[in-house]
Each structure stands twice: as structure tokens, then as C-alpha cells.
Design a protein around this ligand. Structure first.
Ligand code: PEP
Length: 255
């Protein structure tokens, strides 16, 4: 069912000590103003999952991983399995982030395998989709989104979709300081709902949580988050500072 989610993608930042400091600050801020209608998720690097999980015990903040491998286990040096992140305390996992598509050449079939494994291991999925600047300029945004939703989510059941959040992250807006306008975000979010209804039926699109990602900051959060189909945000840079992230959570609460 649709819910408001603010998730922070820490990317490759923070040692364990820094991670604990950041989460401690965030918890203090949230203690004074506990969010009533927003699920807050933090996604630190793998190394910090277990210590952050320990710190978060009893807190409403959820823990997420930034990736998993596409096989259950085995001789895959350096990779981390869904079962391991779940065991370390993660309840969410980000899959299909544009940085993984770009630097690690992840395509829809790899993304689909990861999503299936995540769901099997009781992890909620934050599935990232979005077009590059080149694709937008060539009017290909809708084609790209259809392809990502069709192949990335292939084979999912109605029950599976209850554990999936879609993150619309236009690649040209990630880490660039360029944000989609609230109208641009709303237009694509509404389109995503329509396509999911068409592809998967049963009102999957109408019911799913769709968050926006791409240079969301305290200054632009209210405009983006007040759009009817924007069920809040996946935040990169601004989540590395407890106060900025908290201000975005507050924007989610008040819009
Ligand atoms: C992201 O990486 O998911 C993201 C949205 O990053 P930023 O907010 O820094 O653009």
C-alpha cells in the first residue's frame, strides 16, 4: 500500500564511527519531532549495516542496503548476498541505481534477478528507474521507463508489489544539483502509475509508493514532495548531514 518514504542513500561515504555519529544525530532530531506519516530509511554502506542496526533497535528508522548480489551464495569474491544484509538488520535494499547501471553495467535482467532474490529474502525493494539527459532530449523518457518497469519487475506477483517502492531518479538530476521541476516529476510519476496498471493490472500502479530522487535538498523539497503522485524521496548528498536530512523529513510531514 502507498506510504510516504524518505530514504537516504549514503553511497560510498562514512566509516562506522561516522555512521554512528550521523544516525545518533538524526535520532536526536527525530525524537523531538517524530514523523507521523513518513517512513524514514537510512542506507549506509555494507560495513556499517550491523552497527547501525544495533543503534536503531527500538527506533522507527528503518535500515536499508544499497545493493545485493544476484546469486544466493557461492564463490563470488567481494559480493554480498541478500540473506547477509537481511541478517545484518536491513529491511530495504536499493536496486537498479543509475550508478550501478552505469559503472557496473547492470542491465534489466541482472536487476530483475536481484529484485526476485531481495523479495525472497524478505527485503523491501527500492527499484530505481530514470532516463539520462540524452534520452530526455530525444524524447525517450517514456520508452526508457516502460522498458525498465517491464523487464526489471518481470514475474512479480501482486503480493510482491506490496514490498516494492519505485524511485524515479532522472539520471541528469543525480548528484548534479539539477532537479526536475515539481511538474516534471509529477508527470513521470503519474506515467509510471499508468504503465504499472497496464503491465501488471490489479491497480498495482495506483497503489504503489513512488519516490523522487535527484538533488533533493531542504530548499527544494516542499515543492517536489507536495506533488500528488510523489510519495516523497530518495535522497543522496543531502542525507549525509543529519540536519539537512531531517529538514527533508519535516518537509514530507508538512506537505
Ligand atoms: C541518489 O543517488 O539516489 C540521489 C538521489 O543522489 P542526490 O540526491 O545526491 O542527487
Amino acid at each position: 500500500m502507498k506510504k510516504n518514504v524518505i530514504a537516504g542513500n549514503w553511497k560510498m561515504h562514512k566509516t562506522n564511527r561516522e555512521a554512528l555519529r550521523l544516525v545518533t544525530r538524526l535520532m536526536k532530531l527525530m525524537e523531538k519531532h517524530p514523523p507521523r506519516k513518513t517512513e524514514v530509511v537510512v542506507c549506509p554502506p555494507f560495513t556499517a549495516l550491523a552497527p547501525v542496526a544495533e543503534l536503531l533497535k527500538g527506533s522507527a528508522i528503518r535500515l536499508g542496503a544499497q545493493n545485493i548480489f544476484w546469486e544466493e551464495e557461492g564463490a563470488f569474491t567481494g559480493e554480498v548476498a541478500a540473506r547477509m544484509v537481511r541478517g545484518a538488520g536491513a529491511r530495504y535494499v536499493i536496486i537498479g541505481h543509475s550508478e550501478r547501471r552505469r559503472y557496473f553495467k547492470e542491465d534489466e535482467s541482472v536487476i530483475n534477478k536481484k529484485i526476485q532474490l531481495a523479495l525472497k529474502n524478505k527485503l523491501q525493494v527500492i527499484h530505481c528507474v530514470g532516463e539520462t539527459l540524452e534520452e530526455r532530449r530525444h524524447n525517450l523518457t517514456q520508452d526508457i521507463i516502460i522498458n525498465q518497469l517491464e523487464w526489471g519487475l518481470k514475474g512479480l506477483t501482486g503480493d510482491d508489489f506490496k514490498k516494492v517502492v519505485i524511485a524515479y531518479e532522472p539520471v541528469w538530476a543525480i548528484g548534479t544539483g539539477k532537479t526536475a521541476t515539481p511538474e516534471q516529476a509529477q508527470e513521470v510519476h503519474a506515467f509510471i502509475r499508468e504503465i504499472l496498471n497496464t503491465l501488471y493490472g490489479n491497480q498495482v500502479g495506483s497503489r504503489i509508493t513512488i519516490v523522487y530522487g535527484g538533488s533533493v535538498k531542504p530548499e527544494n523539497a516542499a515543492g517536489l514532495l507536495s506533488q500528488p503522485d510523489v510519495n516523497r524521496a530518495l535522497v543522496g548528498g543531502a542525507c549525509l548531514d543529519a540536519r539537512s536530512f531531517f529538514k527533508i523529513i519535516q518537509a514530507s510531514e508538512t506537505t
